[in-house]
Design a protein around this ligand. Sequence first.
Ligand code: SME
Length: 143
Amino acid sequence: MNYALLLKQLEQILSSETYLISRMANTSAFIYENMPDLNWVGFYIVKDGVLKVGPFQGKVACSDISFGNGVCGYTWKMGKTTVVDDVHQFEGHIACDSASQSEVVVPIFKNGEMIAELDVDSPCLARFSAQDVEFLEKCASLI
Ligand code: SME
């Protein structure tokens, strides 16, 4: 994958939009369109003390994930990217789509506080290489 080019394209797409929800919507669509073997790409937003599902591509997902729960809540607790090669081996994984086998969750910070997460699921085991994760972290940082 030419990630440098894809990041330039995403920057271009986002350059004319300042509203966070619209930026998240197009970022999730862009990743879903351009990375093969994904079944869910989207954002969770910290609101009222929980993670609320935000703009996404894929099947209907659970909202209201608590601190420490599932891969998303774990990432919130740890404050850094979580890469899960086999979600069935992750204790407490929340299965929104039974097709999901591997997952990456990237936290998004503003003024030192986590405000949202980028969550990406794949129906393939160990789908995400270090380069893939780096790309997703850069996409999340553009938000
Ligand atoms: N699997 C996540 C829940 C969100 S869905 O993947 C869209 C988790 O365990 O937190």
